[in-house]
Design a protein around this ligand. Structure first.
Ligand code: SF4
Ligand code: SF4
Ligand code: SF4
Length: 296
């Protein structure tokens, strides 16, 4: 099967972007700490309120036209084991083996203030855009999966089952005028949507009013440079799968690695670009030969 002109152009664009990215990476490594933009929106998930009904998972699939993952249930019901190409949003249950303490935890893209996926993407397919939402453009994606490898929260998932795969991740339902579907359907207000500053103030108020109810911190306020999805919980965040990152934005470390990789990757990608151009030319050649010979 021949390579399309579009694919060839993408590969050649990758070569160019890689060279540009190398330069940018050095510059960005030296950037200052990220200050949240004033219009940044996000979600506040309070694990102490969540009843594990998974209505948010169903609503997420419906709102995003995602086929439910029934593989772990023999086809009976949506039961993904983790985020995957069929699950942009998942509710998991943690049970402490020693104390028996339990907690649900909601997982989806964290919409980082300084997203490592954006820093890792050579072609700008991952973008931090309107209201700080981290979006994905499949038309710019060449499937290199650098974003998947760079994400500190293990969020973007590749569509391995498709012939033309995309990356799958929560985009905060940016296509919906009424905001995230998961927040809209939650029957107990365990996950709410709003401006990050308001959500943060709300979270701190809950901590102050119920000091014995919570682990005394808002996860995402500072972790990994800060995120637009914030968490409150009564169980250690690490046990819920939320890593104990420092305040340093993760992209700084990623960019350092990226700079090294890209320096070595410029030549191979440029070569692939050249190969794609040759393949494209060869694919077009037989057609013109036929026309000249008058053969069918
Ligand atoms: S959680 Fe991962 S995919 Fe989401 S914005 Fe942060 S780095 Fe990107
Ligand atoms: S914001 Fe939308 S895409 Fe993201 S988890 Fe909620 S319903 Fe799913
Ligand atoms: S809809 Fe609300 S209560 Fe139900 S699982 Fe999702 S976050 Fe928890």
């Amino acid at each position: 099967m021949g390579i399309s002109r579009r694919s060839a152009l993408k590969v050649m664009a990758a070569a160019t972007a890689t060279m540009v990215g190398t330069t940018l990476g050095v510059h960005q490594t030296q950037a200052a700490a990220v200050v949240p933009r004033p219009d940044a929106v996000g979600m506040l998930y309070d694990a102490t309120r969540c009843i594990g009904c998974k209505a948010c998972m169903v609503a997420c699939n419906e709102a995003n036209d995602v086929t439910p993952d029934t593989s772990a249930s023999g086809g009976l019901w949506d039961m993904p084991l983790d985020l995957n190409e069929h699950a942009k949003n998942i509710i998991k249950l943690y049970r402490d083996p020693a104390t028996g303490a339990q907690s649900f935890v909601k997982r989806q893209c964290m919409h980082c203030l300084d997203p490592a996926c954006v820093g890792a993407c050579m072609l700008g397919a991952m973008k931090k855009g309107d209201k700080g939402i981290v979006s994905y453009d499949p038309d710019l994606c060449i499937g290199c999966r650098y974003c998947e490898m760079g994400c500190p929260f293990n969020v973007p998932k590749f569509e391995w089952s498709k012939a033309i795969p995309k990356l799958v991740k929560c985009e905060l339902c940016r296509h919906r005028s009424q905001g995230p579907a998961c927040c809209e359907v939650c029957p107990v207000g365990a996950v709410i949507y709003g401006k990050r500053t308001d959500l943060l103030a709300d979270a701190h108020q809950r901590l102050a009013q119920n000091p014995g109810r919570y682990v005394p911190k808002v996860y995402g306020e500072h972790e990994a440079g800060g995120t637009q999805v914030l968490y409150l919980a009564h169980v250690d965040f690490e046990k819920l799968g939320l890593p104990a990152y420092s305040d340093e934005p993760v992209p700084r470390r990623v960019r350092t690695i990226q700079d090294t990789i890209y320096k070595g990757f410029v030549a191979p990608v440029a070569l692939y670009g050249l190969l794609a151009a040759v393949m494209l030319r060869n694919r077009e050649k037989p057609d013109s030969t036929k026309r000249e010979d008058g053969q069918p």
